[in-house]
Design a protein around this ligand. Sequence first.
Ligand code: ADP
Ligand code: MG
Length: 604
Amino acid sequence: MPDIIQLLPDSIANQIAAGEVVQRPASAVKELIENSIDAEATRIKLIVKEAGKTLLHVIDDGKGMSETDARMSLERHATSKIRKAEDLFTLHTMGFRGEALASLAAVAQLEIKTRTADKELGTLLIVEASDVKKQESVACDKGTSVCVKNLFYNIPARRNFLKSNASEYQHIVEEFHRLALAHPEVAFQFIETDSLEYDLPPGKLSQRIVNIFGKIYQEQLAVCQEETALLKITGYVGQPHFAKKKRGEQFLFVNKRFIRSNYLNHAVMSAFEGLLPDSSFPFYVLFIEIDPKHIDVNVHPTKTEIKFDDERAVYAVVLSAVRQAIGTHNLTPAIDFNSDVNIIAKLSQAANQSKDVYFEERFSTSLQQSNRDHWEKLFEGDENKNLFQIPPPGPVQTLRFESALNQPESQDNVEEKIICQLHDRYIVRQVKSGMMIIDQQAAHERILFEKFLYQLKNKSGASQQSLFPQAISLSAADFTLVLEMQGEIEALGFKVEVFGKNTLLVNGIPGTLSSGSEKELFEGLIEQFKTNQSQLAIPIRENLARSLAKRAAVKTGQSLEREEMRSLVNNLFACTTPNVAPDGKPTFFIFELGKIESYFNRYK
Ligand code: ADP
Ligand code: MG
């Protein structure tokens, strides 16, 4: 029998590859614009006709290509972006497969004009079905212009497979939005036939969002920012009440690459839990920056999927960043759109620094007042500001439960509105929109967490002397860990000294905690710290504050006095982010009056 296996000619191999890389006009737009971005363009113009079916043209002012490179760019697996397999793990460019131009050249008529800065004349290439019809020198601007005509003209089956112009155009617009959002520093123009659809000047992300989606987005954006050892998150989320009935305005980028991830989308949605009207979708534009060695983008040719080596850690950070954003936004409603993303962080930092007594006098600052006002808005709608049932600032109880019992009865009406404690777990109180149910443990963890974090930052934790200092012997590793963090531990209010080999003496504990259980508290703190350390990538201080809050908080199952409940509720809503516990779990939820009514009316 004769040998029958043959290598496919390049033109056919390229057509097959094109089936994966270029599925529709929008994918060509993506590939071409990404090439322009990789070429460091500062201005990119996209022109389409008939939803890109007859013409797709991308013009940039980037680096351009030499004559030889222009020719080479059409070969499959020809790329200037990686040289060896390891480069895949340090990728900083959008492209890397070297397939896009070769694929386009196989399934369309291509006209490329390109010039590098150091040459007076550029190169013109005309290609049809992988066949170079013409190559010559031309006068042209620095940069590259790639014109794709009659996509799939030589593959009728694929051309017929395209959807209506309206639908293909919609795909192009979506792709354009993603690229323009990912690169606000680049100017973009988008021309459909003869009309200028988008004219986006270079600027900040917030401006780009407003320029694409409209002015009303301006008031709706909350800054989202979080940085851990593993990754950094920046961007904006829309306020809950601004959520839309359809999905679509949700953008997640990893190292500036748009990705789809049901898993991380779930993290964002969880952060909004309980705050969104039924079946609605919040707006978000979030950027994750992560060392490329922790991700694999080579999963799918169109590169909208990605693998993280530690997906759970990424989930946790996204969740907490978005929760933080929704909470913090209510502190400072007017984002300065001309300033940087940091503004909220700076504002709240400044506010914190200006307070000399953080906890005991929290309601006395106007920041706290405005925090409460904004929470009120979130739940009650903008009208009737003063109807929220939390009372005006008064003397605030600290959460020292043992002493709270001795406080005189308060005149405040919060008390009447606290209906009861439910199963020694929840505090139920009336709010304007219905019934609020607060998880006592989660709420107290939030309050203590913010307090401890403040003390750590300001080294201001008061200590109470122990009557009977307790010796604690630790493993060698834990002993070293404690010594490494001694400064932080003392800032919280603990007093420790070395007391022999791997042994510590605890002389004092944080002022607001009940004494008598020093040993248990301290050991619990270290245990919790280590658990957090192994599961979450969070900074030491945050971990310490979280751990101690968790250990010291009132627990589920503990019966509370009225005064304690009152104090708990007051202090919760004086927090920066009252809606979630430090671990991200909700602290309360509201059972809407409408829901209660509908329950009673359901047989009508
Ligand atoms: P990849 O982007 O994966 O490298 P492409 O087929 O998209 O593969 O492009 C092949 C090569 O052509 C690129 O590596 C780059 O060197 C060059 N190239 C393509 N588009 C441009 C452009 N707009 N400006 C400058 N060089 C370009
Ligand atoms: Mg490319």
